[in-house]
Structure formats: C-alpha cells, structure tokens
Design a protein around this ligand. Structure first.
Ligand SMILES: *Cc1c(COP(=O)(O)O)cnc(C)c1O
Length: 380
C-alpha cells in the first residue's frame, strides 16, 4: 500500500496515482548536492514524466530549481503558467512559425540546426530583441544537434550569433547509464572540442545518470529528469532516489477457481492449483503494460498487497488485471493493490515488461485518480 493508501480511493475511480511532492523536492536537493558547483535544472517533459507538470514544477521551484527543460513549446507554455520567472528551454527546438509564441512566453529554443539558428536570428533581428537560446551540439547520439563543423562555422558568423543571445551550449549522452561504456568518454571529448569555439558560454552535457559519471561531465548545468521522479540513475547500484509516484488499484472481486482452468484472454495461463483470483481495476488502457502479462510461457509482473507480492495471472486486459491472491488471505474486495511504489519499484516493474522506468511513468493513464501529497499530508 502506498503512503496515501489508507485514504479512501475516489469511488468513481479504479485506481489512484499518488505523487509525493516532498520526495520530489528531496530528490532535486540530493541531485543538486551531487552536482557540486553546477546548477541543477529539472527536465519536466512529457507532463513531468507522467506525474503532472504543474504541481511538480511548483514543488521543484520551492526546492530551489530555477531552470526547466521541456520537449515541446506547448509544454513550455504550461510551465510558464505556474512559473513566471523560471528559465525554460524547449529541447525539440524551433518549429517553423513558432518564434513569436516562444518569445511571448519567454521560452528559449534549443537550436539544433543552422536552419533553426538562422530562423531565430532573423526573428530577433526583425523584432529588435536579442532573445536567448541554447545551441545543441551533436556529439555522438545522432539525434538532434549540430555537428562540430557546423558549430565551428557558426562560431565565426558574427551576424548570426550577434542577432540573438546564446545562453547555453548543450550536448546529450547516449550511454550515461552505462558508466563503463566507451561512448561516454568519446562524447565528452567531442563536446570539449566543440566548446573551445565558444569560450565563456555556459555548458551542459549530463542527464540524470551523467551527473554520476564524475565532475568532468557536469560543466555549468546538469539536466536530470528520471532520477527526480524516482528512477535509478545508477543502474546496478542501489537507487539513491526516493519513490515519487505510487499507483494503487482497487480489488473489484475475489473468487476461488479450481486447478486446471485458465485465466484471461488467450486462455494461456493454466492454474496449477486451486487459486484465489483477485481482479483489479486497471489495464493497458491505463498504460499498464500488456507485456507484464503472466502466461504459461512468460513470468510477467508482480503487484503488492501490504508489502506482500501478489503475482499477475494471465493477460493484462484493457480495464482489468487478474492477480493470484491465494497466499494473501486478507486481500478482499475493496483492498488496494500497489502496482507502483516502495515495493513495486518502477525500475523492477519496467524490467518485468521489457522496458525502462521512463516508459512506465510516462504511460501513467488519464483515468487514474490523481493525488498530490507533501510533508504535511503524508500519512504512513
Ligand atoms: C530527456 C532528456 C534529459 C533528461 O534525461 P534523464 O535520463 O531522464 O535524466 C536531458 N537532456 C535531454 C536532451 C533529454 O532529452
């Protein structure tokens, strides 16, 4: 059961997401301390990794965070609504025609091509405002960004660079969660080479895991996302982050079924013993991964009741999941089942579905009741 699990769930809802804003604030403070002299920003794209952008940005701000990164202009507008003074960067850069919207919400595009640089420079020249923007360096991930030759060319274009106000040079690591991967040092070397063309411009390379690669990777500003929301930035080592997102689903029905029968669509999970089934009100329409299905050929996921493991049984369906409650005698109609939390750890749940914590959190569905708790409302 989650930290808010002894509150009654909204009778209209099948399941509840509880976001612990104090844990989020503590996670930011921890990463800020780990970042030494570098500024610690917060990446809040995709609705703050599925946890809800507005309350989380307010909590992060109260913790001391002043710089936010989002993917889309619209996400930046949402952050601006609750954060009149923060610095907000839009990672996906400058979509054609979006210049005046960015300017009016004081959003900074992360410019990822010479075309984007030219568009932003010309908008700034036309309006007479030298508006801020980041320059995105491509150092090996081959996603967005300008390669070294483009950035070295740009560094000599006083007309372009003088038209706007470059405020940050950033790159992005492909393998930061694998500290021994040779790509990390290669990308660092490429980033170091590029930044020589931009003396004095603040630099940023590290995501959550990048912070833990050492001081050389931290530069002036770090950009954690997943670690703020409880994902382990140091896979293979204990998770230093606190749990932020809890997911609890209600039990709708408990029933005992004889051995030999099957459970769920496809009839591909045969009961080996007489089994007490519990059916809960969540499914893949809520973003709970169908890959967590437990079949005769696949182990599948695990939920928890009062800290005790309750395995999934059969396929995850759209609106229901069936559990094996045989060994949980006090689980009954109305009980709450932890699908994410201090026992159903997001990284473990992700592993059971063959994915990563990011996908689990960003898929948290829209039908869930959502509750935000902080130090004053936490009930253990
Ligand atoms: C998503 C993202 C981040 C945050 O990454 P995490 O691994 O979640 O910490 C940082 N920088 C860029 C460019 C990103 O796209």
């Amino acid at each position: 059961m989650s930290k808010s699990g002894n509150r009654p769930i909204n009778p209209l809802s099948g399941a509840r997401v509880t976001v612990n804003l104090s844990a989020l604030a503590d996670n930011w403070s921890y990463l800020n301390a780990e970042s030494g002299a570098a500024e610690c920003a917060a990446v809040v794209k995709a609705d703050s990794y599925g946890t809800g952008v507005e309350p989380t940005v307010v909590a992060l701000q109260q913790a001391g965070c002043n710089t936010f990164f989002v993917a889309l202009p619209e996400e930046g507008v949402a952050v601006r609504r609750v954060s009149p003074n923060a610095v907000i960067y839009v990672l996906n850069g400058l979509f054609p025609g979006v210049e005046s919207l960015l300017a009016s919400a004081q959003l900074r595009p992360v410019l990822s091509s010479l075309d984007e640089v030219r568009d932003w420079a010309s908008y700034c020249s036309d309006t007479g405002d030298r508006l801020p923007a980041a320059l995105h360096a491509e150092t090996g991930i081959n996603r967005l960004g300008m390669r070294r030759e483009d950035l070295e060319y740009l560094a000599a274009q006083d007309d372009l660079l003088g038209a706007f106000a470059p405020t940050l040079l950033m790159g992005h690591l492909a393998c930061a969660d694998e500290p021994d991967h040779p790509m990390n040092a290669q990308q660092l070397a490429e980033f170091e080479a590029i930044r020589r063309a931009y003396p004095g411009l603040p630099c940023s390379l590290a995501n959550s895991s990048g912070i833990f690669l050492g001081e050389a990777y931290r530069f002036d500003l770090v950009r954690p996302g997943i670690a703020l929301f409880g994902g382990n930035p140091t896979p293979g080592n204990p998770n230093p982050m606190k749990t932020v997102a809890y997911l609890d689903a209600r039990v709708m029905q408990v029933r005992t079924v004889p051995a030999g029968e099957t459970v769920g669509y496809g009839a591909n999970r045969t009961l080996k013993r007489e089994t007490r089934l519990a059916v809960i009100a969540a499914g893949y329409a809520d973003g709970y991964k169908r890959m967590a299905s437990n079949t005769d050929s696949q182990t599948g996921g695990v939920a928890y009741h009062k800290g005790q493991a309750v395995p999934l049984l059969g396929r995850v369906s759209m609106d229901q999941i069936t559990l094996d409650a045989t060994d949980s005698p006090d689980l009954q109609r109305g009980s709450l089942i932890e699908l994410l939390g201090d026992h159903a750890i997001v990284d473990d749940v992700a592993k059971a579905c063959g994915t990563i914590s990011y996908e689990i959190l960003t898929n948290l569905g829209h039908r869930y009741e959502r509750v935000y708790i902080d130090r004053h409302s936490v009930v253990d």
